[in-house]
Design a protein around this ligand. Structure first.
Ligand code: GAP
Length: 511
């Protein structure tokens, strides 16, 4: 099996080689944790956005979308709690001089214990074969039970210390667990300190506190401050949602693992406003709905799992992550949060404006509760790219690299290739593109042998390649090759639209 680190490296280099993702300002040796999306990356990213927007906004009568500014009045962030509480606990190793998030160090320690449990289960499967009762094994095996107990103890201590902002307690936990720095291998730690994650800048030419503004660390606040504008202008009735896609910025302490953790990234967020007391019902509803949305992509159900938060954000009373099996292991892809009425109430208090809804059925005014779904667009991109990237050995012993992207997300849907560059074949190929280009992004490709061109299209995930040859000029038929099966069939040009459409239409993901 391929090593996980190697897999990530391979995905990064593939992404660069084919124009999906480049290091930002690379000619100046790049900027840490900042990336640019290239010509194919932008297409893939746009298609992911479309899938989300269609499913969340356009297919819900009671959800609408907005596009709010990145800069917001600075009081927004006082009210939201981000100025005071959007911190990460950080710790430095004195020998390696490397900085870590204390909670992540502890979570990684827990993950190692979890891996021990999984290894024990694997041993059981090997030993008992078909007779193996996994549920029973997990509930009774002494090593599994001991490790589960250990995890629970650590999680309890973590919840308690982080919950009370007891930084000394967090430090003691790291010391007690004998966690070592992955670089230096020593336990020579500094104390734990809080570090605010918001980037700030000055508005206009006046310096000083009053003019400090922040780059938004989440898109959600742009939705909260527009709650009444949208509700009134759109005559929205509770329950209803407001969604948006946009950039967010966080001065992450440890930004690494490619586009997984960046300082500038994009979020796709939806705030669902509900009656107080109904939030748990909707929280469960959205957890399930979002799980389905991910799984419809066909990247493998086994690659997703839910993880309930131990450390709740300052605004939440329940929160879960949908985790994805990235090349680095299972990590957060999306967060679903029950944010209570915290944000709207805070904004009421700080702005002095009422942010309430009159519920005609209850004949009552109230501040709605909110259930949020928040998925990182860049993480979605990495999930799709890494799960689709495959090295295959073919029947004849040759190898190919293929991006088996969900067809609806693939940048190009079809490549049109004249067999040779003469005899009117390029013109015929372009004529076919002219028919298809209104519905599908097509690529014209005439360079190199057909075999090489197929490999190139496989590597960028194009679901279909169409070859135009001399017979095409006679009977208007072409060869169409399927990326996944590599099967080639001869079809009439007039049938191309429906063959391609059947496979690449986003409708397939949305129904
Ligand atoms: N409004 C809620 C919120 O922002 P979050 O769990 O902090 O919640 C939501 O972030 C999602 O945004 C995450 O699940 C992740 O996909 C993405 N995200 C957060 N920080 C990120 C970063 N530094 N780089 C890339 N994506 C990030």
């Amino acid at each position: 099996m391929e090593h996980k680190e190697d897999k990530l490296k391979e995905v990064i280099s593939h992404a660069k080689e084919y124009g999906f993702v480049f290091p930002s300002s690379e000619i100046y040796d790049g900027l840490a944790a900042t990336y640019d999306y290239g010509q194919l990356g932008s297409e893939l990213k746009n298609n992911i956005k479309s899938y989300w927007w269609k499913s969340m906004v356009q297919m819900h009568e009671n959800i609408v979308g907005i596009d709010s500014a990145i800069f917001m009045h600075p009081t927004t962030w006082k009210a939201s709690g981000h100025v005071d509480a959007f911190n990460d606990p950080l710790i430095d190793n004195k020998d390696s001089k490397k900085r870590y998030r204390a909670d992540v160090l502890i979570e990684e320690f827990i993950e190692k214990i979890r891996m021990k449990i999984e290894k024990e289960v694997e041993k059981g499967i090997k030993k008992f074969g078909d007779d193996f009762d996994e549920t029973q094994f997990r509930a009774t095996h002494p090593n599994v039970l001991r490790n589960k107990e250990k995890i629970k103890e650590i999680e309890d201590r973590m919840r308690e210390t982080l919950g009370k902002n007891d930084l000394e307690g967090v430090y003691n936990l790291i010391v007690d667990l004998e966690i070592v720095c992955p670089i230096s291998g020593t336990k020579n730690w500094t104390e734990v300190r809080q570090f605010n994650l918001m980037f700030s800048t000055e508005l206009g030419s006046v310096a000083g506190d009053a003019s400090t503004i922040y780059l938004r660390p989440e898109t959600a606040q742009g939705i909260f401050v527009n709650f009444l504008n949208v509700q009134k202008s759109g005559r929205m009735k509770i329950p209803f949602g407001i969604a948006q896609i946009g950039k967010a910025f966080r001065n992450e302490i440890v930004a690494r693992q490619f586009i997984f953790r960046m300082r500038e990234f994009e979020q796709m967020e939806m705030q669902f406003f509900v009656r107080p007391g109904e939030e748990m019902k909707w929280y469960e509803y959205w957890k399930e709905a979002r799980g389905k949305w991910h799984k419809a992509l066909g990247l493998g159900d086994q690659n997703y799992r839910f993880h309930d938060h131990i450390k709740l954000a300052h605004y939440a009373n329940a929160a879960a992550d949908i985790e994805f099996n990235f090349p680095m292991g299972f990590k957060e892809l999306e967060g679903i949060h029950s944010r209570t009425d915290f944000d709207l109430k805070q904004h009421e208090q700080f702005s002095g404006k009422k942010l309430q809804y009159f519920d005609p059925e209850l004949n009552q005014n109230y501040v709605p509760f909110v259930v949020e779904t928040s998925v990182g667009l860049d993480r979605m991109f990495l999930a799709v790219l890494s799960a689709s990237h495959k090295n295959e050995v073919l029947e004849d012993g040759s190898e190919r690299t293929v991006l088996s992207l969900p067809p609806a997300l693939a940048p190009y849907k079809v490549a049109i290739m004249p067999l040779t560059k003469k005899d009117g074949l390029p013109e015929k190929a372009r004529e076919i593109i002219d028919q298809l280009k209104f519905d599908f992004l097509c690529q014209y490709d005439e360079k190199d042998s057909i075999g090489k061109r197929y490999r190139r299209q496989d590597a960028i995930g194009t679901p279909f390649s169409v070859t135009v040859d001399h017979q095409t000029l006679e009977d208007n038929t072409v060869t169409i090759r399927d990326r996944d099966t590599m099967e080639q069939i001869r079809v009439n040009v007039a049938d191309l639209f429906s063959i391609i459409d059947q496979k690449v239409n986003m409708r397939k993901l949305l129904v």
